[in-house]
Design a binder for this molecule. Structure first.
Ligand SMILES: [Zn+2]
Length: 78
């Protein structure tokens, strides 16, 4: 799995909406990829913080996700 694939699936992963085998592939990637690990941690924090703002929505708005992706990409550019 490539980082771009992880980026696409990570919000579903955090929401536990993926199949178990796909979750395992992502977990394996995150263990070995500093950038995706940082992305997941940042996203978890963002989701936690934004839940109070977006109370009625279960999911974090796409705009917020894109902002996090962008920041992590900049920080961990190889
Ligand atoms: Zn990665």
């Amino acid at each position: 799995m490539k980082c771009d694939d992880v980026f696409k699936l990570i919000s579903d992963y955090i929401d536990r909406e993926l199949k178990r085998d796909i979750e395992e592939i992502i977990e394996e990637h995150i263990r070995e990829c500093e950038r995706c690990f940082a992305l997941m941690k940042t996203l978890e924090k963002t989701i936690f913080l934004s839940k109070s703002i977006y109370k009625r929505r279960r999911k974090v708005p796409k705009k917020v996700l894109e902002k996090v992706y962008y920041e992590v990409r900049i920080r961990y550019r190889k």
